[in-house]
Design a protein around this ligand. Structure first.
Ligand code: NAD
Length: 254
């Protein structure tokens, strides 16, 4: 009998993470829900288990290296193996969404260290484990705005913008993906990224209309629309895809 593979998803209790968790657990993986929101994580784990799947909530703070190590140890203890890490979390500071000229040195620095450093530290510690077990998959969730300059016009007449630090964070994550894929040569470890376009979450109609005009069919996507790509990157079907970024955006970036 083959061992059930374990997938650790960070930011798992959020909008996209919840869909990822349902998809991963219902496709036969052991699931670790790694998030700092205890209530939502435990609820999600209980719901997934009620459908007969394996799910364990591990509450951790991604800005603490000791918590990252505790997550790794707890996942191994609970399921006996770790096959994949999905870096999905995003830490939103109080000043998220400020206009370019209003972003301070301190805000910019804090946002970068809060969001790039955990992806690095999680990947480094899990990759060390994958090197020992000679197998592993890392999937980084980036964004279309790591790949292209913002379409500022779609934010006109709304109180939204595309923050400069978000673009910097997501492009850093895309390049970290390439760096790690190459650095881990020889260990049977794959590191890839998914760059989603905008995800439906109660945005104002004016914004949705402007956004959807740039797309080819549906427009802004639902979290479930990303799950097929994640399952593909976790599976052997993507065995020779490494260091790549798959954009899932209904053509928004074309
Ligand atoms: N929503 C979108 O439109 C969209 C589009 C493109 C890319 N993305 C990316 O997809 C990913 C998921 O986005 P989302 O919209 O589901 O975000 P979300 O805000 O709904 O979820 C983020 C999760 O991270 C958790 N978290 C926050 N700080 C943490 C910490 N210090 N330690 C551990 N967990 C912490 C939160 O509790 C939350 O459950 C992010 O990387 C985001 O940048 C989102």
């Amino acid at each position: 009998m083959s061992i059930k593979k374990t997938v650790v998803i960070t930011g798992a209790a959020g909008l996209i993470g919840t869909s990822f968790c349902n998809a991963v657990a219902s496709n036969g993986y052991n699931l670790v829900i790694a998030d700092n929101n205890e209530e939502r994580s435990e609820l999600l784990a209980a719901e997934i288990r009620s459908h007969g799947h394996e799910a364990h909530a591990c509450i951790f703070d991604a800005t603490r290296a000791d918590d990252i190590q505790r997550l790794l140890n707890a996942s191994l203890e609970r399921f006996g193996n770790i096959y994949a890490l999905v870096n999905n979390l995003y830490i939103r500071s109080g000043n998220y969404g400020a206009d370019f000229f209003d972003v301070t040195y301190e805000d910019f620095s804090k946002n970068l260290s809060d969001n790039v450093t955990p992806y690095f530290e999680l990947s480094k510690r899990f990759a060390r484990h994958f090197c020992d077990s000679k197998t592993g998959v890392i999937v980084n969730i980036a964004s279309v705005y790591g790949a292209i300059a913002p379409r500022f016009d779609i934010y006109a007449n709304t109180n939204m913008t595309m923050p400069v630090e978000y673009s910097a964070i997501k492009s850093a994550i895309l390049h970290l993906t390439r760096y790690m894929a190459k650095r881990l040569k020889g260990y049977n470890i794959r590191v890839n990224a998914i760059s989603p376009g905008g995800i439906l979450d109660g945005q104002p109609e004016a914004f949705l209309n402007a956004y959807n005009d740039n797309c080819l069919s549906k427009g802004m996507l639902s979290p479930e629309d990303l799950c097929g790509t994640l399952l593909f990157l976790l599976s052997d079907q993507s065995r020779y895809i490494n260091g790549q970024n798959i954009i899932v955006d209904d053509g928004f970036t074309l």
